[in-house]
Structures are given as C-alpha cells and as structure tokens.
Design a binder for this molecule. Structure first.
Ligand SMILES: [Zn+2]
Length: 45
C-alpha cells in the first residue's frame, strides 16, 4: 500500500498504483509518493 499526493491539487490517492499513466481528476499527472511512517522529515542540526 502506497500513498500518492497530486503535485498540483494535493489530493491523496491510496493503493497499489503501478501504472505510469496515473492522472488526477484535476488533470495533473505528477505525483509525489508518500511514506505513511515518515512524519518528521526535518532534521535540525
Ligand atoms: Zn490533482
């Protein structure tokens, strides 16, 4: 199970998406893959 966020409208899609032709309902075809376990990405040095 993976999560994908639309790069344009931010809509979240969940599931096993393996098709390279995935397109959002807003028309965007650019998605960011999200990892549900990673919430804190910031590292302050
Ligand atoms: Zn979208």
């Amino acid at each position: 199970m993976s999560r994908f966020r639309c790069a344009v409208c931010g809509k979240i899609y969940e599931g096993e998406i393996n098709t390279p032709n995935l397109s959002c309902e807003c028309g965007s075809t650019i998605f960011y893959k999200e990892r549900p376990n990673v919430k804190r990405v910031f590292t302050s040095d």
